[in-house]
Design a protein around this ligand. Structure first.
Ligand code: FAD
Length: 474
């Protein structure tokens, strides 16, 4: 009997496993694939995800494997520099391939004590009052108190639950792969320059010694269950560029669409959904992985609290209440970006207008904060603007604020030196720091770094400690 079974060890599942292990929850991750997926699907980690890595002590490991780039040019690929003074200590994009992130997060989860079994596909589930029975494709049955479907856009768990996934189907599909070419680099460079002058969707760029990454549209929307072949790439290259560049020896080939869908529920009893299992959208802006990892970060401590028995009654339901609107917003901004990439005269006119508007700092900042996840404000009720937002990493007496959040506990930052976490000290840390760079007397942070309370009144603080962290220990 496990506390939590996670279906899928992609970025979302691995992050969730690690978060749960911070609270000693017995976790089993079941991953259908035996080998790690090799294809590269990611441009980078956005600011909020980099902050999460810093909050769990993973920053150095991740930085070693990625490349820092300016945090700009994401919205519909409109080329504008990032506004000055972004509200983060980590105001850059970290270019890092998805397989590397998955590997790092899985390694981290295992170090913390999660069990991960590869080659195990969840095929069926049944829940009752005490838990969930999970059946694998080979008939083996496993039992846990909760199950989380982090099993991607075609989620078996979501389908078994009968959760609706309304939205729009793919209108266009794209082929992407890495392969060797049979022509000299100068010939490729000349063709790429020529294609840049057209409005054709085409990209061919170096991806290692002698290897190129090819991106071309498919001939039509196909049955995505069928993997693409090298011949598909050749044909499309000939149609679009007039030559297939002699491509051969593929490293990997993939196909993706622009379907946009959102699960109508994130929880059915003891089974929850996170990441692509709950939402899919086109990759423009590079937000999907970031969104999934942030779902896991929001869910982890709440599900752990439920398992450990201290969760206030509605805590677990705040997961959907907080994260579904964030996904809705991402779906909408990708819909808008896709329109702005259309080549018709109308969308192109809107694009030119938005490009002009982005010269206004506020517009540029708003769009960037949206894409990078640092503009998110959860609805915790009426209060100052900071309430419900995440707090940036700031200098504190002991070094950096995020350095104090590695264990995934709450934190009271007290500039008055009069407040206390009292009977919640087993769940919430306390830091008296009159020097902290904050213009508020006291701040209560949840384990995900979002501001749950601001003030200097102890009884009011106690109410909020109860709201988020349950009953005091004594
Ligand atoms: C071309 C492209 C570029 C992208 N670029 C970016 C980017 O720059 N930035 C960004 O943030 N996002 C990007 N994305 C999106 C990102 O790849 C996804 O959002 C991300 O992979 C979602 O992570 P996940 O863990 O939720 O799901 P997945 O990565 O799909 O992982 C799900 C896992 O579950 C496993 N699984 C499936 N079914 C079962 C089962 N029945 N039992 C057990 N295991 C199962 C799968 O094998 C898989 O390992 C891009 C996507 C594409 C296609």
């Amino acid at each position: 009997m496990f506390d939590v079974i996670i279906a899928g060890c992609g970025p979302t599942g691995a992050m969730l496993a690690a978060e749960l292990r911070l609270h000693d929850v017995r976790v089993l991750v079941l991953e259908k694939e035996t080998e790690p997926v090799s294809f590269v699907r990611i441009v980078g980690l956005h600011i909020r995800s980099i902050e999460l890595m810093a909050m769990r002590g993973l920053l150095e490991r991740i930085l070693e494997r990625g490349r820092q780039r300016p945090a700009a040019g994401f919205f519909a690929a409109i080329n504008k520099p990032a506004p000055e003074g972004l509200d983060s200590a980590y105001a850059y994009l970290l270019g890092i391939p998805q397989p590397v992130i998955v590997h790092l997060l899985e390694e981290h989860a295992i170090e913390l004590g999660a069990q991960v079994r590869h080659g195990c596909a969840v095929a069926d589930l049944e829940q009752d009052d005490d838990g969930v029975t999970v059946e694998l494709a080979d008939g083996e049955q496993l039992r846990a108190r909760y199950l989380v479907g982090c099993d991607g856009g075609r989620s078996t768990v979501r389908k078994l639950l009968g959760v609706g996934f309304p939205g729009e189907p793919s209108r266009t599909e794209t082929l992407m792969g890495e392969m060797e070419v049979g022509v000299p680099p100068e010939e490729i460079a000349a063709k790429v320059a020529e294609m840049r002058e057209t409005d054709k969707r085409f990209s061919l760029g170096p991806a290692g010694v002698g290897v190129y990454r090819v991106v071309v549209p498919t001939a039509g929307v196909s049955d995505r269950a069928v993997p693409p072949t090298l011949e598909d790439f050749r044909q499309q290259l000939r149609t679009i560029a007039g030559t297939d560049f002699g491509v051969h020896s593929p490293r990997w080939l993939s196909r993706f669409g622009d379907a946009t869908r959102l699960a109508d529920r994130y929880r059915v009893g003891r089974v929850l959904l996170a990441g692509d299992a709950a939402h899919i959208h086109p990759p423009i802006g590079g937000q999907g992985l970031n969104l999934g990892v942030q779902d896991a970060f929001n869910l982890g401590w709440k599900l752990a609290a439920q398992v450990r028995g201290w969760a206030p009654g509605t805590l677990l339901d705040t997961y959907q209440a907080e994260r579904q609107p964030v996904a809705e917003d991402v779906l909408d901004n990708t819909r808008a970006q896709m329109e702005l990439l259309s080549t018709g005269p109308g969308p192109q006119a809107v694009r030119r207008l938005l490009t002009e508007l982005m010269d206004f700092d506020e517009v540029n900042r708003h769009l960037l904060e949206k894409i990078t996840g640092i503009g998110i404000r959860y609805d915790f009720g009426a209060g100052p603007d900071l309430l419900g937002r995440r707090l940036r990493d700031i200098d504190v007496k002991q070094g950096h604020l995020y350095g104090l959040l590695h264990r995934g506990r709450g934190l009271l930052l007290d500039r008055t030196e009069r407040l206390t976490v009292g009977g919640w000290s087993d769940r919430v840390d306390y830091l008296a720091d009159p020097t902290a760079v904050l213009d508020v007397p006291g701040v209560l942070l949840r384990p995900d770094g979002h501001v749950a309370w601001i003030g200097d009144d102890q009884p009011d603080l106690d109410d909020h400690l109860s709201r988020w962290f349950g009953k005091p220990a004594n």
